[in-house]
Design a protein around this ligand. Structure first.
Ligand SMILES: NC(=O)c1ccc[n+]([C@@H]2O[C@H](COP(=O)([O-])OP(=O)(O)OC[C@H]3O[C@@H](n4cnc5c(N)ncnc54)[C@H](OP(=O)(O)O)[C@@H]3O)[C@@H](O)[C@H]2O)c1
Length: 222
């Protein structure tokens, strides 16, 4: 059993919390406001879920999931995240985040930017390339022929191993997409972003095996 801290509890954060609780984990939800604003979400998830401030959630989590707009990276509780495995689901969108020159000119990936704000955390980019409704529906046991795979990128072998175990418990296999600097291969608009799991109009999505994910990552250009 893992305690998963959600920093951000919107579409993706609440979906990961739901999958985590379903897999027998504890989920601590947080957002930018008072934890009482998450009372309905916690009640729906049941006794394995709770709400806290982002600092309290980060302190409690074995794994922390950062799932906020990129412009909110400046607010993260860096001290409470030090030494922890951190999953980064975030995608950069200038229309929402404002223009960030180092992301616009590809000097940094968005996960490398996140690392600047949480220098002592072991970041793994994951979940950023799948629509939250597809994430909710495509989990399958390891032995299933139609198991879906997600790319992960990070610099820490230990953190990637922890994330691999966590994703497996949620019903997903992983494809190692390399280091944080390689995270652009799964960023917004790349071949592996959204498309392998089917159109958004189909809430159920479609399974995507490891070979399809590897091929999509390999065909990315920038
Ligand atoms: N939607 C998808 O299917 C999807 C798929 C993959 C990746 N992503 C990416 O994952 C991230 C989250 O997406 P989403 O769709 O879940 O967004 P969302 O529904 O808009 O939720 C954003 C969450 O972040 C919280 N937040 C904002 N600023 C914060 C701060 N300073 N401190 C703590 N929490 C803060 C919000 O809390 P408040 O309500 O208090 O503002 C909210 O809970 C984004 O970067 C997005 O691009 C989304």
């Amino acid at each position: 059993m893992t305690t998963v801290a959600l920093i951000g509890s919107g579409n993706i954060g609440s979906t990961i919390a739901r999958l985590a609780v379903g897999a027998g984990h504890q989920a601590v939800l947080s957002n930018s406001r008072d934890p009482s604003t998450l009372a309905d979400a916690v009640a729906e998830l049941g006794a394995q879920a709770s709400a806290a401030t982002s600092t309290q959630a980060a302190a409690a989590g074995d794994i922390i999931v950062v799932t906020v707009p990129v412009k909110a990276f400046t607010d993260l509780p860096a001290a409470a995240m030090a030494g922890k495995t951190v999953i980064d689901t975030c995608n950069y969108g200038p229309e929402r985040d404002g223009h960030l020159p180092e992301l616009d000119n590809n000097t940094l990936t968005s996960s490398e930017l996140l690392q600047r704000y949480v220098p002592d955390a072991a970041i793994v980019k994951a979940f950023n390339n799948i629509f939250y409704r597809h994430l909710l529906s495509l989990g399958r046991p390891a032995e299933a022929a139609d198991r879906t795979y997600l790319p992960i990128a990070g610099d820490s072998t230990r953190a990637k191993a922890a994330v691999t175990v966590f994703l497996d418990s949620l019903g997903y296999g992983v494809v190692d997409a390399g280091a944080l600097a390689d995270g652009w291969r799964q960023a917004t608009g790349t071949p592996v972003w959204g498309t392998p799991y089917g159109p958004y109009s189909d809430e159920n999505g479609q399974s995507a095996g490891a070979d399809a994910i590897r091929a999509a990552l390999a065909s990315a250009v920038r």
